[in-house]
Design a protein around this ligand. Structure first.
Ligand SMILES: Nc1ncnc2c1ncn2[C@@H]1O[C@H](COP(=O)(O)OP(=O)(O)O)[C@@H](O)[C@H]1O
Ligand SMILES: NC(=O)OP(=O)(O)O
Length: 311
């Protein structure tokens, strides 16, 4: 089976944690324990978030007195792919000796006229209280928005259209390589009328890119691993209940928050609707159980979908 796993930013850095490298490396090592189990049994492609990390690098660049202007977000996105990709590469190599693993810088095409450029929605960097966020926004020209009980900087998040390096990734996977790619949703780029690529200032949603890439690579399963065991009905209320098996149709009838579960549900629904294969949301350390159909929220084209025979 061919599986694409999208790792949540939470996997690497919990909200409120100090973004020190050693803390994130330890989190990567924890994530890789479960990913290594998947890689031992299946062809595996891994993508990861970069919201917290790209914010750290943006602050660093903005504070460098030697620069005349801060690095743009496409460059910062590539930096996060290098940094997180390196941590994952090393952890995977240590967990899977003898296995071929590669982390690659990956670009994702977006539309230059995507309306998202006028309406920033992607949370980056650390959380602030409202007053501090608004002060920083005024001082630095940021847009800030509420993220749960906190506030965070937001940047445009255009829709991914295609991962530029898709063919190469397919070749690597067919050759038995475990590939880490499209980190942070891929570096956002546009292509001009002469076919030339250039970066744009944005951060793409890694779940939407993951869904698109899983489809393009003809994956049999698309997993989003995060910090909750299942998608919940009535999340955050006394009536909340876990959904163990559902369909895109049912999920689309429920409202999910734009900044967290919403894009995951959209990404999952798109994959299942387009491919007829299974997708799931679940906890980081339960990847194998999710693939066995005993953990996570499993999403299939219809409620009578024969889980065992397909997995
Ligand atoms: N209906 C829901 N079911 C489960 N979790 C939900 C729901 N709605 C919102 N959430 C929140 O979504 C979070 C996961 O999204 P997010 O923080 O963006 O993940 P990641 O950084 O791992 O990609 C959970 O920690 C939970 O607080
Ligand atoms: N790029 C992206 O979607 O990052 P997070 O998962 O960290 O929000």
């Amino acid at each position: 089976m061919r599986v694409l796993v999208a790792l949540g930013g939470n996997a690497l850095l919990q909200r409120g944690d100090t973004p020190d490298a050693d803390i994130q490396i330890a989190n990567v090592q924890t994530a890789v324990k479960t990913l290594a189990q998947v890689a031992e049994k299946h062809e595996l492609i891994i993508t990861h978030g970069n919201g917290p990390q790209v914010g750290v690098l943006a602050l660093e660049s903005a504070g460098d007195p030697n620069l005349t202007r801060p690095y743009p977000f496409d460059t910062l996105g590539a930096e996060t792919q290098g940094m997180i990709g390196y941590w994952m590469l090393q952890a995977l190599q240590n967990a899977l000796p003898g296995r071929q693993v590669l982390s690659i810088i990956t670009q994702t095409l977006v539309s230059a006229v995507d309306p998202a450029f006028e309406n920033p929605t992607k949370f980056v960097g650390q959380v602030y209280d409202q007053a501090e966020a608004q002060k920083l926004a005024k001082e630095n020209g940021w847009t800030v928005k509420p993220d749960g009980q906190y506030w965070r900087r937001v940047v445009p998040s255009p829709k991914p259209q295609r991962v530029v390096e898709t063919r190469l990734i397919r070749k690597l996977v067919r050759d038995g390589v475990t590939v880490v790619c499209a980190g942070g949703g891929g570096v956002p780029v546009i292509r001009d009328e002469n076919g030339r690529l250039s970066g744009v200032e944005a951060v793409i949603d890694k779940d939407l890119t993951g869904s698109m890439l899983a489809e393009a690579l003809e994956c049999d399963a698309f997993l989003i691993l995060t910090d909750v065991p299942r998608i919940m009905r009535d999340f955050g209320t006394a009536q909340q209940s876990e959904i163990s098996h559902t369909t895109p149709h049912e999920l689309r009838s429920i409202d999910f928050p734009a900044g967290s579960m919403g894009p995951k549900v959209e990404a999952i629904c798109r994959f299942v609707e387009t491919t007829g294969d299974m997708a799931a949301v679940g906890k980081l350390d339960e990847a194998m159980d999710i693939l066995d159909g005993t953990a996570g929220t499993i999403v299939t084209p219809n409620a009578t979908w024969p889980l065992e025979s397909t997995l």
